[in-house]
Design a binder for this molecule. Structure first.
Ligand SMILES: *[C@@H]1O[C@H](CO)[C@@H](O)[C@H](O)[C@H]1NC(C)=O
Ligand SMILES: *[C@@H]1O[C@H](CO)[C@@H](O)[C@H](O)[C@H]1NC(C)=O
Ligand SMILES: *[C@@H]1O[C@H](CO)[C@@H](O)[C@H](O)[C@H]1NC(C)=O
Ligand SMILES: *[C@@H]1O[C@H](CO)[C@@H](O)[C@H](O)[C@H]1NC(C)=O
Ligand SMILES: *[C@@H]1O[C@H](CO)[C@@H](O)[C@H](O)[C@H]1NC(C)=O
Length: 611
C-alpha cells in the first residue's frame, strides 16, 4: 500500500509524455491509473454537451469491455469558448481527476481544466451504444465483488471501492457494468419505469434486456440477495428540460438516449431530453382484497397498515378510512402503525392518540364501515422516534361485536408485559420491555390477547397479537455507494428488537405450544436479512407470505430506489397455518406520487383462529 501511494504521488508531479487513449485513461478499474496527472492530445469525437462539460468518445477504441471508451471533459465554458459541438473530433489536454460530491459516493473519472489542442474535424457521426445489444446485458444479481455475494450482509461497511479499486467484471457485477460504460452515450430500448420519480424527476428504469424478479406490474421485486443491479436511474435531461413528476410503476416510456455517469450515489443516465410516458398500466388501481370475513372465528380477517404519520387533522385521514373500508373490506382487526398523538406534529407534552383514533373510527363509520373500537398504549413523550412531536405508536382497531380484549388490563408506557400461566398477559394490551435500550427512539411492540365472541356472546377461542414498528433504515448508504456492503441503517437496533420480540413470543409458546399468535406490522426489514431470520428462528412463527404461497415477485409493500420491496410482514403460529390466506393491496405503490396516501401498501390476511 505504501508503495502505491508513493508511486501515485510521484506520478502526479509529472505530465505524461505520450498521448493516451481514453481507454488507457479510464483503465480497467474504478479509478483511473492516471488520476492527478496532466495529459495531452486525448482525441475523441464529441457525443454530447451538458451544462458543465462535454463527453468525448475515443477514435481508437480497444477491445476490452472493462475500459470505457468515453470521457467527461469538465469545464462549463470549454465548449462555447472553443466553438465545440456534437460531432467534432477534438484533441484535448487537461488533468485526469476523480470527482465525487460526497465521500459516501463512488468517484467519476473526468478530464478537468481542459485545453483544446486541435479541432480535427466536424460533422462526424455519433452513435449511441444500445444496452444489451452493443453491450452485454447488465448483470441481474450482484452489485460489487466487494459484497461477498450478499449486498445485505451483516456486518456491512467492511470495504471501500475507492480503496480496494477492484478490476471491473462487467458481466458479473452491476456497478462494474455501469462503470465500464462511464461517459458513454447509450440507448435504452423499450424502457419501463420501476418506481415513481424522486423530487428531482429522476426515475429508475429497466430496458428490454434480461431482468429477474419482474412482478405483475412490471416493476422488479427484490428477492433475497437479488436487489436488481440490472436497473439504472435516469437523471436530469442534458437539454435543460425536466422529467415528468407523474410517472408510475410499470409505465412504458419512449426510448431513452443519454450519457452514463455517476452522481449523488448512483450510476445514472443523463438523457438528451426529458422522459416521455407512452403508456401506463391498466387498470390504474388494484382491486379490493378478495378476503372477506366470515364473521366468526373460523375465518377472521386481519389488516395491517402503516398509515404514515396519521393525526386528527391529516388531510389523508379520509382516504385512509376509505382504503380500510373499500380496499381492505373492513378487516375484523387492524394492526395500525404510525398513528400520531392528538395534536400530531405539535411538539408538546400531549401523548394520547384517542382523538386521532376516534377521528379515524368516525371517518370509517361515516362511509358505511363498521364502528371500530381501538386500543393502544401511549409512549413516553418524545421517546419513540419518528417525526418530532408526533409520538407515533402502533394501535389496534377491532370490531367489538366480534372480538374483545381478553381480561383487559392496559399497561402504562413503561410497563413491561409478561406472559402468565394460562397463558394470559400481565398487561392487555401492554408493551414489550419498553425500557430496554434496544428501543431507544423506536416504537415498542404492542402485545394483546383477544377472545372471539361467538353466537350469544360466548367466547370461541383466544389468540395473541403483536403489533410492531421496528427502527427505521435511516443512515443507510447508497446500494451503489463507496461502502461495501452498503450500510443497512439501524440493522443492529432491528436485530436487538427482533430478538426481544421473538423471545416474548417464545414465552407464550412456553406456556402453550399450540397458542395462536399473529405478529404484524412494519418491520423495516426484508425477510432474508439477519434481524428477520433471527426473529423467525427464535419465535417459531411462520412467514405468512410463504405460508399463503404468494409468489416471491408479488411480495412487496414499498418502493425504494430500484426495488419493489417488502418491509411489512405478517407472521403466524403453526396453529394458524391451515387455510391461511394473505394479500398485499398495492393501492399506494401503483399510483403516482400525488395520489399516494401512505408510503406503504396495506395487507390483509384471513385466518382460522378457532380450530
Ligand atoms: C500533441 O499534438 C501536437 C500537434 O499534433 C504535437 O505537436 C505534440 O507533440 C503532441 N503532444 C503529445 C504529448 O503527444
Ligand atoms: C464553429 O464550428 C463550426 C463547425 O463545427 C464551423 O462551421 C463554424 O464556422 C465555427 N464558427 C466559428 C465562429 O468558429
Ligand atoms: C463506515 O465505517 C467507517 C469507519 O468506522 C465510518 O467512519 C463511516 O462513517 C462508515 N460509513 C457509513 C456510510 O456509515
Ligand atoms: C386542527 O384543525 C383545527 C381546525 O382547523 C384547529 O383548530 C386545530 O388547532 C388543529 N389542530 C392541530 C393539532 O393542528
Ligand atoms: C384515552 O382513552 C382511554 C380509554 O378510553 C382513557 O383511559 C384515557 O383517559 C383517554 N385519554 C385521554 C387523554 O383522553
Amino acid at each position: 500500500m505504501a508503495t502505491l501511494v508513493r508511486l501515485v504521488g510521484l506520478a502526479a508531479s509529472v505530465a505524461v509524455s505520450t498521448a493516451l487513449t481514453i481507454a488507457e485513461i479510464n483503465g480497467n478499474k474504478f479509478l483511473s491509473p492516471y488520476n492527478g496527472q496532466t495529459v495531452a492530445n486525448v482525441t475523441g469525437i464529441v457525443t454530447a454537451k451538458g451544462p458543465d462539460g462535454i463527453w468525448i468518445r475515443s477514435t481508437q477504441p480497444d477491445r476490452d469491455a472493462r475500459t470505457s471508451e468515453s470521457l467527461y471533459v469538465f469545464g462549463a465554458k470549454f465548449a462555447t469558448a472553443n466553438n465545440i459541438t456534437v460531432g467534432d473530433a477534438i484533441s484535448v489536454g487537461g488533468k485526469v481527476s476523480e470527482y465525487r460530491s460526497s465521500k459516501a459516493y463512488v468517484y467519476l473519472t473526468e478530464l478537468a481544466s481542459p485545453t483544446l489542442e486541435e479541432k480535427l474535424s466536424s460533422g462526424n457521426q455519433v452513435k449511441a451504444l444500445v444496452i444489451g445489444k452493443d453491450t452485454t446485458d447488465p448483470p441481474t444479481q450482484q452489485f460489487s465483488s466487494l459484497d461477498g455475494g450478499d449486498v445485505f450482509a451483516v456486518p456491512n461497511n467492511v470495504s471501500l471501492i475507492s480503496v480496494a479499486n477492484p478490476v471491473l467484471q462487467p458481466k458479473k457485477y452491476g456497478m462494474d457494468f455501469w462503470e465500464s460504460l462511464s461517459g458513454e452515450l447509450v440507448t435504452v430500448r423499450k424502457p419501463t419505469a420501476i418506481n415513481k420519480p424522486n423530487n428531482f424527476g429522476d426515475t429508475w428504469v429497466i430496458g428490454d434486456w434480461k431482468v429477474t424478479g419482474r412482478n405483475g406490474r412490471d416493476g422488479l421485486t427484490q428477492d433475497g440477495k437479488d436487489a436488481n443491479p440490472e436497473t439504472i436511474i435516469i437523471g436530469s435531461p442534458l437539454d435543460g428540460t425536466s422529467n415528468p413528476s407523474t410517472t408510475k410503476l410499470g409505465d412504458s416510456l419512449e426510448e431513452i438516449t443519454g450519457i452514463v455517469t455517476q452522481a449523488f450515489g448512483f450510476y445514472r443516465i443523463l438523457p438528451t431530453t426529458a422522459l416521455k410516458v407512452k403508456k401506463s398500466q391498466n387498470p390504474a388501481l388494484p382491486s379490493a382484497t378478495k378476503l372477506q370475513s366470515d364473521g366468526q372465528c373460523s375465518g377472521l380477517t386481519f389488516g395491517a397498515y402503516n398509515v404514515e404519520n396519521l393525526s386528527p387533522n391529516s388531510t389523508h385521514l379520509p382516504a385512509i378510512a376509505a382504503h380500510i373500508v373499500d380496499y381492505l373490506r373492513s378487516p375484523d382487526l387492524v394492526f395500525l402503525q404510525e398513528v400520531q398523538d392528538d395534536n400530531g406534529p405539535i411538539n408538546d407534552a400531549v401523548v394520547s392518540a384517542n382523538l386521532t383514533l376516534s377521528t379515524l373510527a368516525a371517518a370509517i363509520a361515516s362511509i358505511g364501515g363498521p364502528q371500530y373500537a381501538f386500543t393502544d398504549v401511549d409512549p413516553v413523550d418524545d421517546k419513540d422516534g419518528g417525526a418530532p412531536g408526533g409520538n407515533i405508536r402502533t394501535a389496534y382497531f377491532y370490531k367489538p361485536s366480534l372480538i374483545r380484549l381478553f381480561k383487559p388490563n392496559a399497561g402504562g408506557s413503561l410497563d413491561a408485559n409478561a406472559v402468565l400461566p394460562g397463558p394470559s398477559l400481565k398487561f392487555n394490551p401492554g408493551r414489550i420491555d419498553p425500557t430496554n435500550e434496544a428501543w431507544t427512539a423506536s416504537r415498542k411492540p404492542l402485545v394483546a390477547q383477544w377472545e372471539v365472541l361467538g353466537k350469544k356472546g360466548k367466547s370461541e377461542g383466544v389468540f395473541f397479537t403483536v403489533n410492531v414498528h421496528f427502527g427505521s433504515k435511516g443512515g443507510s448508504s447508497s446500494i451503489q455507494g463507496d461502502v461495501r456492503p452498503p450500510v443497512n441503517g439501524g440493522v443492529e437496533d432491528r436485530q436487538a428488537q427482533a430478538e426481544l420480540t421473538a423471545n416474548f413470543i417464545k414465552s407464550i409458546f412456553a406456556q402453550d405450544k399450540h397458542a395462536r399468535v399473529i405478529t404484524a406490522g412494519d418491520f423495516n426489514e426484508f425477510i432474508s436479512v439477519a434481524p428477520l431470520q433471527t426473529f423467525v428462528d427464535i419465535s417459531g412463527l411462520n412467514d405468512l407470505d410463504a405460508v399463503a404461497g404468494i409468489k416471491p415477485s408479488e411480495r412487496y409493500t414499498y418502493l425504494f430506489d430500484m426495488q419493489a420491496q417488502q418491509l411489512d410482514h405478517m407472521f403466524v403460529s403453526d396453529s394458524l397455518k391451515k387455510k391461511a390466506k394473505y394479500e398485499h393491496v398495492h393501492i399506494n405503490t401503483w399510483v403516482d406520487k400525488a395520489a399516494q396516501i401512505s408510503d406503504h401498501d396495506p395487507s390483509v390476511a384471513k385466518l382460522d383462529v378457532c380450530s
